[in-house]
Design a protein around this ligand. Structure first.
Ligand SMILES: Cc1cc2nc3c(=O)[nH]c(=O)nc-3n(C[C@H](O)[C@H](O)[C@H](O)COP(=O)(O)OP(=O)(O)OC[C@H]3O[C@@H](n4cnc5c(N)ncnc54)[C@H](O)[C@@H]3O)c2cc1C
Length: 471
């Protein structure tokens, strides 16, 4: 419970209707898109400006009250679960696109702008903001920045990290800092912009973001290739890149995923293929067409049983929309869907997918795999039931082994979903003890009283995928 004085002061800053603490409001902000994690906050505030954010942070730091920044709540690492209670700071009211600068090719936005809304706004001007997480219709740019989100176009265009060039952020004491700017070059001091990208709400609250834009590609071509087995698909991925073709999208779906996506979206995906590759190339029409034909030829040579090239951009867009619905489609099969996130070097994709299947079979759990094959970023997705304690225990063991295998194959425990609470127990495998110490030093420099998103990134008592309750 907040002390009534603090409650009054925060409500006075945001205006009474933007401070919530009724039991049903607290429950609504006690969880995010991550299954099995939940903890109650003491209050929820929805500021409308950086000044309001600064005022709230100042008060909370004085009282040592935890603050959990939150955008769309779509993260999959329990990053917005208020595990230590305190205030959930919802930034979705700060959703203005402040400027699209066609001369400098930049956009400056508030953190609560929904990713797809930024796409639509810049595309209307013939410009392009490539990062496109599968959640882009609900995620916010602030959440994308704080997670360093990737997406389907990561292979050719990179991830959010590659587009953020300037930030305004509020420190826990209420001071505002500006990093970078509308600048293509800037080496003045440490690169705080990059440091804040992927900081998961643990260092500062981001209140303004400047991203760079590209010219909108003239056209897109999409192709679908079906393989009897995994190997043909994996070899095709390697050969496409070796042929110096960098597709805009190079997605992989295993058989169970393709089957349920087809049942859900009805776009003509085959239900009997061992593996499916979904590929898109963009650019001038002649280049996109040439590349997609070359990609199709490689897939055929590597034993694809069927390769089809979408006849129109609309047909291609429908295939990509179907791929984006993979999680929703899978989630219809069992009560609980746990979507994980590992990345391995591209050459190890087949080994990783095989390892996931073997580990799942050994533990008697159902795990499907799909992901961004071009990035080596796979999403093993477990369909389970949170009410079955024995099964959940086996799921945890299976994921433990999957993360170990990913690191053994030269990979990482998360490619784009962040550490949050879910991966905190595993961070040391990737960063090492000395690496974690440096990160903790950075955390102390930004947030000496540890009020910002406590319990995230750094391993606590090593609790794993459990339902946690506060208060
Ligand atoms: C169906 C589905 C598909 C997805 N596909 C992808 C994908 O393709 N690629 C990918 O990378 N992720 C994906 N995700 C995960 C998720 O959408 C991303 O992590 C996204 O970036 C989260 O944005 P959000 O606005 O929902 O942030 P939230 O979930 O609200 O917050 C995420 C983190 O950012 C912090 N935060 C939020 N706003 C701020 C701010 N203004 N200042 C400081 N910290 C802040 C929070 O404290 C938290 O740690 C997917 C999720 C779902 C449910």
């Amino acid at each position: 419970m907040f002390d009534p004085q603090l409650r009054r002061e925060i409500a006075a800053i945001v205006g009474g209707r933007w401070f919530l603490d009724s039991p049903h409001d607290l429950v609504a902000y006690s969880y995010d898109a991550t299954p099995l994690y939940q903890a109650m906050p003491d209050g929820v505030a929805m500021p409308d400006s950086a000044e309001q954010v600064a005022g709230i942070l100042r008060l909370c730091q004085e009282r040592r009250v935890p603050v959990v920044p939150r955008g769309g709540g779509s993260n999959l690492s329990a990053g917005t679960v208020p595990v230590a209670g305190g205030l959930v700071l919802v930034l979705t009211r700060m959703n203005r696109i402040r400027e699209i600068d066609s001369a400098n090719l930049t956009a400056t936005v508030e953190p609560g702008v929904v990713t797809a809304d930024l796409h639509a706004a810049v595309e209307a001007l013939g410009l392009f903001y490539p990062p496109d997480p599968g959640s882009m219709r609900v995620s916010t740019i602030g959440g994308n920045v704080a997670e360093g989100a990737g997406g389907l176009r990561g292979l050719k265009y990179g991830t959010t990290r590659d587009y953020v060039i300037g930030l305004e952020a509020v420190l826990p004491g209420g001071e505002r800092i500006r990093t970078g700017g509308k600048l293509m070059k800037d080496v003045a001091g440490y690169d705080l912009t990059r440091l804040l990208v992927g900081s998961e709400g643990t260092l500062a609250v981001i209140t303004e973001i400047t991203v760079k834009l590209l010219p909108l590609p003239e056209s897109k071509r999409t192709a679908l290739a079906l393989f009897a087995d995994l190997e043909g698909a994996a070899r095709s991925v390697e050969r496409i890149i070796a042929a110096r073709i960098i597709p805009a999208t190079l997605e992989f779906l295993d058989n169970p995923t393709a089957r349920v996506v087809e049942e859900y979206a009805r776009v003509g995906l085959p239900t009997d293929a061992g593996a499916v590759l979904l590929m898109e190339q963009d650019g001038p029409p002649a280049v996109a067409a040439r590349d997609i034909e070359a990609i199709a030829a490689i897939c055929r040579e590597e034993g694809a049983t069927q390769v089809s090239v979408a006849r129109t951009e609309e047909e291609g867009a429908a295939l990509l929309t179907a791929r984006r619905s993979a999680l929703a489609a899978l989630s219809r099969l069992r009560p609980t869907t746990i979507l994980e996130d590992v990345t391995v070097p591209r050459s190890q994709i087949a080994a990783m997918v095989r390892a996931v299947a073997a580990i799942a079979a050994r533990h008697g759990v159902m795990i499907c795999t799909f992901g961004h094959a071009g990035d080596g970023n796979l999403h093993p997705t477990c369909l389970t039931d949170a009410r079955d304690a024995d099964e959940i225990h086996r799921v945890e063991q299976a994921f433990d082994e999957i993360f170990v295998r990913a690191v053994e194959l030269g990979g990482t425990i998360t490619g784009e979903h962040g550490v949050g609470m879910v991966k905190a127990p595993y961070l040391e495998w990737k960063a090492g003890a000395a690496g974690i110490e440096v990160m903790q030093g950075i955390k102390r420099a930004f947030d000496p009283h540890s009020i910002l998103n406590p319990g995230k990134i750094f391993p606590g008592e090593g609790r794993k995928r459990v339902v946690v309750q506060h208060g």
